[in-house]
Write a protein that binds this ligand. Structure first.
Ligand SMILES: [Zn+2]
Length: 118
């Protein structure tokens, strides 16, 4: 394959990823993400096993730590994981706002105004 046609393929693939328009596109994206998620799960499980076998850590402690960290990461960046254009409601004033603009707090997703007055 020439360098040029490889680039073409790459950009076409990139284009398709960002502009899924048909149910088939979305279906194949879900399949890819499911596969990636599975691979990451296997990776984490393997690392936990390896560390536990090397007696570096207690496997249960490590798993609990990973789960705790995941939870706080997800709460810390809802904007990054939320699809662009997704809408939500402020938990306090109920105003509708873009997910990307909402801030996750102990009392739920809040708009900027409610975050400042909290
Ligand atoms: Zn609000």
């Amino acid at each position: 394959m020439s360098d040029e046609s490889f680039k073409q393929l790459w950009f076409d693939g990139d284009h398709a990823r960002h502009h899924a328009t048909t149910p088939q596109d979305v279906q194949s994206q879900i399949q890819t993400l499911t596969q990636r998620t599975y691979e990451l799960t296997v990776l984490v499980t393997t690392l936990v096993d390896l560390l536990a076998q090397a007696n570096q850590v207690d496997a249960n402690v490590l798993i609990a730590k990973v789960e705790g960290q995941l939870e706080s990461e997800i709460q810390a960046m809802p904007a990054a994981v939320a699809p662009k254009g997704a809408m939500t409601h402020c938990a306090r004033c109920r105003i509708e706002l873009a997910m990307a603009q909402a801030t996750m707090t102990a009392s739920g997703l809040l708009c900027d105004r409610c975050v400042l007055s909290a």
